[in-house]
Write a protein that binds this ligand. Sequence first.
Ligand SMILES: *Cc1c(COP(=O)(O)O)cnc(C)c1O
Length: 466
Amino acid sequence: MRYVSTRGTAAELEFDDVLLAGLARDGGLYVPEAWPHLPTSALARYATMPYDEIATEIMWPFVDSAAGTLDHDAFVTIVRDSYATFDHPDVTPLVDLGDGTWLLELFHGPTLAFKDVALQLVGRLFDHVLHARGERVTIVGATSGDTGSAAIEACRDRDAIDIIILHPAGRTSEVQRRQMTTVDAPNVHNVAIEGTFDDCQDIVKALFADTTFRDRHHLSAVNSINWARVMAQIVYYAVASARLTAGASPVAFSVPTGNFGNVFAGYGATRMGVPVSQLVIGSNRNDILTRWLASGVLEQLEVHPTLSPSMDIQISSNHERLLFELLGRDGSAVVDLMSRFRAEGQAELDPALMGPVRETWSAARLDDDETIAVMRQVHEATGLVVDPHTAVGIGAARLARRDPGVPMVCLATAHPAKFPDAVERAMGERPALPARLADLFDRTERYAELPNDVAAVQRFVDDAVR
Ligand SMILES: *Cc1c(COP(=O)(O)O)cnc(C)c1O
């Protein structure tokens, strides 16, 4: 398998290099040169197979390469170890919500958000490839919450990696901060920046822009545009289809969406042959994708904070991967569209292309009050407590569902204990921490506090990295 950039001019790469590269040199995102197809009757076999075996089978064609460092046996072990960290035997269990709707619970990993499904694998893949090449990297990232803890858990104690995560001091929830700062591993470094999340992101950008510094530390990232993260997420769409219908009839999915990585993986599953009748994009008040699907126009507005902060995004990076497919895999057409969007804050896709898009894709938006109402309704009807992101997906599914005869799978992207304030507002009481986090408030925190200053962060990294 080789990978091409959505902007058409970067070198084609094989899996190991795509894994480590993140963004392509032409500013695009890597996608497989062709979508592999699942073997006939694969989904029928998957109906009763363990998650890790399905995952290995689905991902191997993406990983397999002549020049790569991963052989099949090593990959089997990496995948098995990745999903052994999940505390449910099905890894991503399905829960019946009634009326032919289902929850696909993606939050049984170490940090209780769906990002673990991809990052547990990506951390191990990084470590394997770096060891094989005799290289090491320093991963830096900024977080407002979920991504930081999932990345830290994925990279902790891996000796080819140091990881440095910046968070805005006093602006993450205490659960989220403690999930990062109580990890006791020599290669994990947390920094509280006296500033906002945007300040943290600007510092990270400045670190990458300083080429001397970047090369000295072999800076790298595990952000959501990394192809390997999308690849790992394709698996649970196939698993849900296999368990519900053995692939014999279509399933619909509803996905609470921010950066578009998760729902794009659903699109990838359809390209591989998983029968999907509908992909629903759930938006909060930050609804660029919902507006795009209705009008064909991508228009950037300001970001509003909501109860579902992991979706408080106006530019969904992974959307470019879908645009590349819709534009007939024409990199120059993508460059044209994206540069108009960057320059003018808006760009329109050819209306003739939008008709076919709407045959599979739907979208719906929920504001915070509607999100709270869904949390209450789900609780009253089923006794289940869902987190606000998951509630957006369930609400969007209700608004957009076309065929009540087709099972609708709503992706549950976080455990409710990660968002205790929203749960308290909806339910009147705070959720209990699950067993794996029960002692979170007794653990010792470790983090540096630094001013909003690039040079101060550079000095910190120089000292911290072994
Ligand atoms: C990251 C995240 C999302 C958004 O996923 P994307 O792949 O960025 O669209 C939704 N819910 C939760 C809880 C998240 O952490």
